[in-house]
Design a protein around this ligand. Structure first.
Ligand code: 0RA
Length: 656
């Protein structure tokens, strides 16, 4: 199965072993704790890099880059370069201290060889290596070595350039000193092993750019370059943000109208923790709060997020009351009131991160909660006092949210019993399937009544349900939840899916484990798909996380050739068929919409589980999705145009 837009979830990784900064005792090779060889990695690659698909492949690069970023976090590196080679390899270089090259006694090998051939040896330097270290990818560069057909490491250290190469994790020869050299640094070049990465070996520029940009935002002033020699001429991008996470917030809000022009920023340093927060409210109604621990996106939140939320609610409420904006009779702000329209980055760095949760992206360290809460109580209160204009605008935004919340509650209480959402009656236009087993059941959400009719006739009713929508659902990016819930099409979706929404959302009540958006293969269709995905992304992200949301791929062309009928989903497919059959004249007819197909054609091309190609919608980098959704769905027409122009060569972005 292919993936669109957002990538699959991350698998569990061992937390890194980290050390202490400060009056650093000098490193000796003996500090490396020797663990085990690399055989287990080749036996079960998925355990170490999540998968051997696209994601695992890119993970190889992240692993090496994370090591270089660790050097940067420890203060020894300010430049990283990632090069995609024409022959399918990848080279990552940095100007850090260089992996140590002295001989590890008892091993009789250079430290760099131990690092590259021993699991978990990367950061294990008697606990004195780094203050903090990237957690999720802390499995070490040895994993990259184990899964590469070839790998070459070059270290400049102790006045020399050193080199060693490996094949499938085993050294070809000992580490050699090549020539005298100045400065320090590490260059790792590797070629992913086709025996391991059997399906996909092509690095995706945009996926990498996205991730590297995020790394650069999170590590202020760190320069990260990405070069791609597979294109003619080569493609290059450079990321370096002197504003750090403040620039990150600016970037996320490009298409939004700010409430506070000056971005709220503060940092705090503790004994073994660091905190950085950047915040800006906009006139949007949704919240975009992203939390990170040691540069890892903690999608599932955790203790730092809890501390952040508590403090935000408390400080804003206290300020508003103090300044007489909230009157005595008024209730306090709820957490949601304070976060409406908020874009924020919360980044913590800590010595020994505990990653928990389903995808190991939830920070479990309890001590971080009070650290974040206490530091922020002070710093946010200071900011508000120092910037009364901004502070007032923020409070007024929260008061607007509060008012809407109270009004919505009143309205809900009045109609409580009657609303469609709460009733158990399924929507009339849903043609349900026969099975009651959600694991087998599929829901096709289809644009338009006539396409819906075709789908109803073409489906396998035993397990396929059809819900036709009339026209477009509401653009959820531009409305509050209360308003969205008034929309009939949205109500139909919620009732059909069965989970409820908001506080009442319950994934165990989901009636279908495949919820498939099916729309025409044209611009209108893709707009509808985007609206629908935006809705799921914003209001039922658990469904996306669970992997229940899909996009169908109906064909765009039909041709009859040599007595046979063929279907193609895009121009590319059609062109390559034409090219392959050069000479013979081929007439292609283009479907204007799903309803032009007859039911059996729709079954053959789009519904039949044996033949169809569904795209699974997954959430990896919510920040990327965030940009796409807010720009494509938001109010800033100029930003939308720019975004489309920038990304028009990458149809993944437009084809959602
Ligand atoms: C072990 C110890 C030290 C640095 C590194 C590894 C290191 C690893 C990589 C991987 C890519 N770039 C890297 N840069 C450094 C610390 C050495 C010291 O204390 O001098």
């Amino acid at each position: 199965m292919d993936e669109i837009l957002i990538k699959e979830a991350v698998s569990a990784k061992a937390p890194p072993v980290t050390g202490r900064k400060g009056d650093r005792p000098s490193y000796t090779a003996q500090d490396i704790t020797v663990l085990k060889g690399l055989d287990p990695v080749r036996q079960r690659p998925g355990m170490y890099i999540g998968s051997t698909g696209t994601r695992g492949l890119h993970h190889l690069i992240y692993e090496v880059v994370d090591n270089a970023v660790d050097e940067a976090m420890a203060g020894f590196c300010d430049r990283i370069k990632v090069e995609l080679l024409a022959d399918g390899g990848c080279r990552v270089s940095d100007n850090g201290r260089g992996i140590p090259v002295d001989i590890v006694s008892g091993e009789g090998k250079a430290a760099v060889e131990v690092v590259l051939t021993t699991l978990h040896a990367g950061g294990k330097f008697g606990g004195k290596g780094y203050q903090v270290s990237g957690g999720l990818h802390g499995v070490g560069v040895s994993v990259v070595n184990a899964l590469s057909e070839r790998l070459q490491v070059e270290v400049v250290r102790d006045g020399k350039l050193w080199r060693q190469s490996y094949s499938r994790g085993r050294p070809d020869a000992k580490l050699k000193a090549i020539k005298p050299a100045k400065r320090t640094g590490t260059t790792v070049t590797f070629w992913p092993d086709p025996e391991v990465f059997t399906d996909e070996r092509e690095f995706k520029f945009d996926t990498l750019a996205q991730r590297l940009r995020e790394m650069a935002f999170l590590n202020r002033s760190l320069e990260i370059r990405l070069l791609d020699y597979r294109t003619q001429p080569e493609t290059a991008e450079m990321f370096r943000y002197t504003g750090g996470i403040t620039d990150f917030v600016k970037h996320l809000n490009t298409a939004r109208e700010p409430v506070n022009k000056r971005i709220v920023y503060f940092e705090a340093k503790g004994e073994s923790h660091e905190l950085e927060v950047a915040m800006q409210w906009t006139n949007a109604y949704t919240e975009s709060v992203y939390t990170f621990a040691n540069n890892i996106n903690t999608h599932e939140g955790g203790m730092h997020e809890e501390g952040f939320r508590r403090s935000l609610t408390r400080v804003l409420s206290a300020y508003a009351r103090n300044k007489g904006l909230l009157k005595e009779k008024d209730g306090s702000f709820s957490g949601e009131d304070c976060r409406e329209g908020l874009t924020a980055i919360v980044s913590v760095k800590l010595r020994d991160p505990q990653f928990e949760g389903q995808t190991k992206t939830k920070l479990g360290n309890t001590e971080i909660r009070s650290f974040v809460e206490t530091s922020m109580n002070q710093k946010l209160a200071d900011f508000l006092e120092e910037h009364p204009g901004e502070a007032r605008a923020i409070c007024i935004k929260a008061m607007g949210a509060q008012r809407a919340r109270l009004e919505a509650r009143k309205a809900r209480d009045l109609v409580r019993r009657k609303t469609l959402l709460e009733s158990s009656t399924l929507p009339g236009k849903l043609a349900d399937c026969q099975t009651r087993d959600p694991e087998e059941a599929e829901l096709y959400i289809v644009e338009g009544n006539s396409a819906g009719g075709t789908a109803k006739q073409g489906r396998e009713r035993a397990f396929q349900a059809i819900l036709p929508l009339r026209g477009k659902i509401l653009n959820v990016e531009r409305a509050r939840l209360a308003k969205i819930l008034e929309n009939k099409e949205v109500q139909a979706i919620i009732t059909a899916v069965g989970t409820g929404i908001g506080e009442e959302f319950d994934i165990s009540k989901c009636r279908y484990h495949k919820i498939i958006s099916m729309a025409d293969a044209d611009v209108d269709g893709s707009h509808i798909k985007t609206l629908l995905l935006t809705f799921f992304f914003r209001y039922m992200p658990e469904l996306v996380d669970a992997g229940y949301v899909y996009v169908a791929q109906p064909p765009l062309y039909r041709i009859k050739h040599k007595g046979k009928v063929h279907y193609f989903r895009n121009d590319e497919q059609l062109d390559s068929y034409r090219t392959a059959n050069n000479g013979s004249k081929i007439e292609a007819s283009r479907f204007k919409g799903l309803s032009e197909m007859d039911p059996s054609e729709l079954w053959d091309t789009t519904l039949d589980p044996e033949k169809r190609a569904l795209l699974r919608v997954t959430l990896d980098d919510a920040a990327l999705a965030e940009e796409i959704f807010s720009v494509l769905m938001g109010e800033d027409v100029e930003a939308r145009k720019n975004f489309i122009q920038r990304n028009s060569k990458d149809i993944r972005f437009l084809d959602i």
